[in-house]
Design a protein around this ligand. Structure first.
Ligand code: ADP
Ligand code: MG
Length: 590
């Protein structure tokens, strides 16, 4: 028999295990969620690969998860028929922490230490495989990958700095493929091996796992049997004495063991939206994306006709820091209910909507779909268009909600992305514009929408006025405002660096042009050309003199009617950059 080989954990792993045990002791039951989620991932991987390599399913074993408990000995066995692991994968996956869920946990733990956040929150994170040691003295992972001829056994104990790997030699323990994890529970945690306890936990944690989860359960059915004793049982209510032939029968419970299906496997997006509650969507969101806060909004829809797909989209309540480095994994793509990838966000959504999370299940794409196929597919172009529209409808929904806080929250987190949309997606300007918010000369510290601006425009006012500045204070004190404020026209204060770019790309809203009040030739609709000509004539020499003194520092010196108390103002040329843009450009080239 080949002997077990001993390996040391990567240093971080030991630290992580320590942290898990110390921060999650009151939340121990998350171990089951983590192991089931790994099993489900492994099944997803196998199902995906089998699309192109059908021989992977040749053994005829169903894709499922089976959990057995031995309450007398405090043992839980969890078996999946997924992708399994090779010997090398055992070392890479269970001896190091390059993995997503665990890395996220690490970070959350650090953040919560810094901000003093409730450590209970941590229980909501994906903490991964090592959470098995929350409840176990010993964990044994026996696994068979289709890439390997042999089945290997990983064995680790809590509080140890090393683990072992050996070949599985016991013929009774061989599995055709997948992974069997055996937990030897700690003395105080043996309760978890009670079948009822496990069943409750599965129901609670794994209702959205799309593979069947079975538990091995003792069952019983009642049957009638004939009995021989003829008389004395007359007063026994269990005895049926109505038979004519004086033959006695008795009802008995026959005991046997069998697998019992615990979860509902129909994916939530296939259900009728009428039958799904907000709570269901929230739970689905949190479980699927490993989040701990409810989403701000969700949208569940089906499209039929030319292209058929189902989707549930979500707006997260907070911004994910990974958003800008593109590795968002925000859209899970399924084809005919087979999970394909969570790496295609960029093909299904424009970059500026990359904060939207969700699932998309298409019946029209091929199962072996790749990025290249997605990029060229006409079907995907149509899907993308519809998804984007639905996303905007969903965001508009938040803005119309009675709870004003929601949109404030949304804008705070994702406003910048919509401004980016103004620059990158001219086709959707009509959808983006109503969602934008700005400060204005009349709104104090509140943000207003363009709709609110237009509604309170004065009758003689033709354009939407704005001024870009680096702060609200400097916007409020800009000399350009003088004349305009006298007329009581409202002016948008563009104080975010991206505001001005967004507005310039939009050009107009409801056929009203955006006009920068810091540009020359500002027309407030009250020009008296005769009088202006006269004054210009009168001051022509003064202007020339000033221009000579300033030289190249200014492009020209002109008489203007736009000021009421300041003697002069520096303005930008009509086609030049505004002062604010100039600042932005400088900042970018430095
Ligand atoms: P994560 O699931 O976030 O990657 P885990 O600590 O839960 O992190 O798991 C680490 C890795 O171990 C997984 O990414 C996977 O490669 C492997 N693994 C864990 N459980 C299984 C399993 N049941 N079948 C196959 N691979 C598994
Ligand atoms: Mg995991």
């Amino acid at each position: 028999e080949p002997s077990a080989e001993k390996y040391e954990y990567q240093a971080e792993v030991s630290r992580l295990m320590d942290l898990i045990v110390h921060s999650l002791y009151s939340n121990k039951e998350v171990f089951l969620r983590e192991l089931i989620s790994n099993a489900s991932d492994a099944l997803d991987k196998l199902r995906y690969l089998s699309v192109t390599q059908s021989e992977l399913l040749r053994d005829g074993v169903d894709l499922d998860i089976r959990i057995q408990t031995d309450k007398d000995n405090g043992i839980i066995t969890l078996t999946d028929s997924g992708i399994g692991m090779t010997r090398q994968e055992l070392v890479d996956c269970l001896g190091t922490i390059a993995q997503s869920g665990t890395a996220k946990f690490f970070k959350a733990l650090k953040d919560s230490k810094e901000s003093g956040a409730d450590s209970n929150l941590i229980g909501q994170f994906g903490v991964g495989f090592y959470s098995a040691f929350l409840v176990s003295d010993k964990v044994v992972v026996s696994t068979k990958s289709p890439k390997s001829e042999k089945q290997y056994v990983w064995e680790g104990e809590s509080n140890a700095s090393s683990y072992t790997i050996r070949e599985e030699t016991d013929p009774n323990k061989l599995i055709p493929r997948g992974t069997r994890i055996t937990l030897y529970l700690k003395r105080d945690d043996k309760d978890f091996s009670h079948p009822e306890r496990i069943e409750k936990l599965i129901k609670n944690y794994s209702q959205f796992v799309s593979f069947p989860i079975y538990t091995w359960q003792e069952k019983g059915f009642t049957k009638e049997i004939e009995i021989d004793e003829p008389t004395e049982a007359k007063n026994d209510p269990e005895v049926d004495s109505s038979t004519e032939r004086k033959k006695k029968t008795k009802k008995v419970v026959e005991k046997y063991w069998d697998w019992e299906l615990i979860n509902e496997t129909q994916p939530i997006w296939l259900r009728n939206p009428k039958d799904v509650t907000t709570d269901d969507y929230n739970e689905f969101y949190k479980k699927t994306f490993n989040e701990y806060l409810d989403p701000l909004a969700s949208s569940h829809f089906t499209t039929e006709g030319e292209v058929e797909f189902r989707s549930i989209l979500f707006v997260p309540p907070v911004k994910n820091e990974d958003l800008l480095n593109k590795k968002t994994k925000n859209i899970r793509l399924y084809v005919k209910r087979v999970f394909i990838s969570d790496d295609f966000d960029g093909e299904l959504f424009p970059r500026y909507l990359s904060f939207v999370k969700g699932v998309v299940d298409s019946n029209d794409l091929p199962l072996n779909v790749s990025r290249e196929i997605l990029q060229e597919s006409r079907i995907v172009r149509i899907m993308r268009k519809r998804l984007v529209r639905k996303a905007f409808d969903m965001i508009l929904g938040i803005s119309l909600s009675e709870n004003k806080d929601d949109y404030d929250k949304f804008w705070d987190n994702f406003g910048k992305f919509l401004k980016l949309g103004c620059i990158e997606d001219h086709e959707n300007h009509k959808r983006i514009a109503p969602l934008l918010r700005f400060f204005s000369s009349q709104s104090e510290d509140e943000l207003i929408s363009l709709e609110e601006y237009v509604e309170s425009m004065k009758q003689e006012q033709k354009d939407i006025y704005y001024i870009a500045a680096d702060s609200l204070t400097s916007a409020k004190n800009a000399p350009f405002l003088e004349k305009i404020s006298q007329k009581d026209f409202e002016v948008l204060f563009l104080v975010d660096p991206m505001d001005e770019l967004a507005i310039q790309n939009l050009k107009s809203y409801k056929e009203k042009n955006f006009v920068d009040i810091s540009k020359e030739d500002l027309d407030l609709g009250d020009k008296d050309e005769e009088k202006e000509k006269e004054i210009k004539q009168e001051f022509i020499q003064t202007c020339d003199w000033i221009k000579k003194r300033l030289g190249d520092k200014v492009a020209s010196v002109q008489i203007s009617s736009r000021l009421s108390s300041s003697p002069c103002v520096l303005v930008s040329g009509k086609f030049g950059w505004s002062a604010n843009m100039e600042r932005l450009m400088k900042a970018q080239t430095l």
